[in-house]
Write a protein that binds this ligand. Sequence first.
Ligand code: NAD
Length: 318
Amino acid sequence: MRAVVTGGAGFIGSHLCERLLHEDHEVVCVDNFLTSSPHNVEHLKENRRFQLNDRDITHGLEVAGQVDAVFHLASPASPADYLRLPLATLRVGSVGTWHALDLAAAKGARFLLTSTSESYGDPLVHPQPESYWGHVNPVGPRSVYDEAKRFGEALTMAYRRCRGVDAKIVRIFNTFGPRMRADDGRAIPTFISQALRGEPITVTGDGSQTRSLCYVDDVVDGLLRMAMSDHGGPVNLGNPHEVSMLELAQWIGKLSRTTSDIALIPRPQDDPERRRPDITKARELLDWEPTTPVERGLCDTITYFRRLGSGDFTERWN
Ligand code: NAD
């Protein structure tokens, strides 16, 4: 298979590129490094089946030759990124998705949109099944991401219905692992960086808000299963086990053997109280569920950040 991965130099994208190459596929990675670094795919450049195109996909997405699959991951993903890049987020979620779908249509390729649990907003239903339409503030600061992804989902379904593209949607829930950016504002890299520096671990609110945390290798496995399936989705990919932010901070403190205290700070606007996927569909349609224990994933991620701190950017972090 020859696969195009938009956003392939990002956190999840770089793991997806690695996995595709490992399975002997060809990969064309398209990225403008808006929220990532070429370091993430530096180790893949030696591979003759890997091509890296430095390109903003909102300006168009042309790829010469055969394309069998388009994995569309390009988009700022962490709240810190999309809040500082509101227009770029809306543009890549709308125009960028349009170009990625046009490429799939022109090449007769399958297409996978990586949508998000944020499509459910601050949900009133727990856990969230795919049939839940969500509870989104359409004009709040986070709407640039939520609504861009919801538009991307509508566009994907329209191409599926009207243009006959084998287009699919997954909704990814909180994912973590090596190659997250220390400064991306999400809880795990923030807590680990603080713990490794011996600074207070800052938990927002009273820390009772929960997230479900899925290790990146499991999510990548779900992306491949969905792309190869006959289903259009949407299908949730995430870990149904909920962890409170306070528990997470304590866990990271223990695993990193830090002396840091935990400090409570104010919560950001529209920060969801709870998010937990119902993964019945993923289990039934894709025979998928997360298999990596969160504790093992956290240990690998802490190891990665320790190495990053010592300036070691080299290829596989393990
Ligand atoms: P990331 O920021 O690490 O990666 C996104 C990549 O897209 C980056 O490499 C960035 O440079 C690239 N990009 C952004 N705009 C671009 C443009 N106009 N042209 C070309 N490249 C562009 O984020 P991630 O965590 O790897 O997320 C990947 C995808 O998965 C995103 O679409 C995100 O919405 C989705 N997702 C991620 C999570 C998560 O927990 N990480 C959860 C839900 C959904």
